[in-house]
Design a binder for this molecule. Sequence first.
Ligand code: NG6
Ligand code: CA
Length: 505
Amino acid sequence: MTIWKRSLFSLFGLLGMTSTLVGEPPKQPDQSRPPNVIVIMADDLGYGDVSCYGATELETPNIDRLAKEGIRFTDGYCSASTCTPTRFSFLTGKYAFRQPGTGIAPPNAAALIQPGTPTVASMFQQAGYKTAVIGKWHLGLGKPPKPDWNGQLKPGPNEIGFDYCYLLPTTNDRVPSVYVENHRVVNLDPKDPLWVGNKKPSPDHPTGVTIRDQLKMDWSRGHNHTVHNGIGRIGYFTGGHAARWRDEDLADEWVKQSVRWIEEHKDEPFFLFFASHDLHVPRMPHERFQGKTSLGYRGDAIAQLDWCVGELLATLDRLGLAENTLVVFCSDNGPVLDDGYKDGAVEKLGAHQPAGPYRGGKYTIFEGGTRTPFITRWPGTIKPGTSDEVVCTIDLPSSLASLVGVEPSSDAFPDSFDVIGAMLGKEGAEGRDHLIQQGNGRTGMALREGDWKLLRGRVGKGKKATTETFLFNLERDPSEQHNVIDEHPEIAKRLDARLQELIDR
Ligand code: NG6
Ligand code: CA
């Protein structure tokens, strides 16, 4: 508590909050206890996918409310353009490329973050918080070689700082389609054991190929192994029938479990990582959201995500916790339209621009891959506005440690910057001076420094592919159309050397 008070007071001093806020005097947060923190991470949500970032073809009133009551970052990023590496870095404060095997995790991946690794969650535990992750995990479970789906799924989130977890273990398109609570699959009947593998369990096992005509959503690439809920998946599974979920109910379940958990911990400081599966494929929102937008299920999944945000905010209001809770809203990578299912995302796109003005999206190192919505909201403490400071999901561990007055150990959060001042909109506070953007596998790496961006990308396909270096000026050319490497060879050389130095560190 003492540490907390010191940290909060010094922060308020820095913010000069009473003098800088406009309008009605803000409600003062309860200074007798540290702030709760909720990180809401969307899945595959692009910069232009929400109305407060310029979307005109759909409405996201609750995410817009966050932006109106908080700070909307124009230069907020996730650290990689796919899920697993961004989540790995958000939890550990370490670039995922530093640890092999942190690419998109397969269904039977064992735990990627070993017990004892400092994480944002263990940092909160150290500060006396209750901690939980609810929603998509996708960071592996259990010991190698693979999870013991019928036994204890250990290690998992509970071993790296989360007191509680209620999970979609991998992704909604990867098997098994069950919930995991702490160390166990929920509702698993021992008489109907769960089996998960990457080969057909029997010649007659129905798949997305053999019963393609019976699917409720057809696949366009991959996603043709075991069929569950009328949808082909990545990987094979059998058994565990009582434990299986319906895609349509996932969002309701995340909200239900989160509201219950917040209510249980409303009288003590808490940290909740709300990891939405929306709008990852297969996009199969609840029936009440189907057809809500003109954009097909991709837009409807955004509406469902927005509803989740609204439910969380309403819960904070109802419990009187809004003024004492920092909410961070972000995404795990940029947008994609056809990600392997025929869900109409391409056909129904209309004028919608999922990546806003930016080039590329999920899997790429163009801005669209990692520059994503990033909003912080803490009524009474954060002065509403917009910010062009560069902040990234990888900075949350160090920044939140600073917020709650924890001094991380010297080996903790090596790539995470303390940019809490910028995240809270402190006058004159700066974000990162540089940022590494990690692509998917061989798509390369990029370094942003100020307005300059050096990009090492793979050009061409297969054996003929080569790595080429590009230089863009994001101020003059935000959509990365003009490679100016020949005009500024000295800048490119310096950035290339710096990128290498940062990678090798
Ligand atoms: C790809 C899948 C894609 C998605 C992605 C992971 C195919 C053809 N594509 O391999 O659908 O699951 O992995 O997405 O199977 S992420 O957001 O979790 O990183
Ligand atoms: Ca994702």
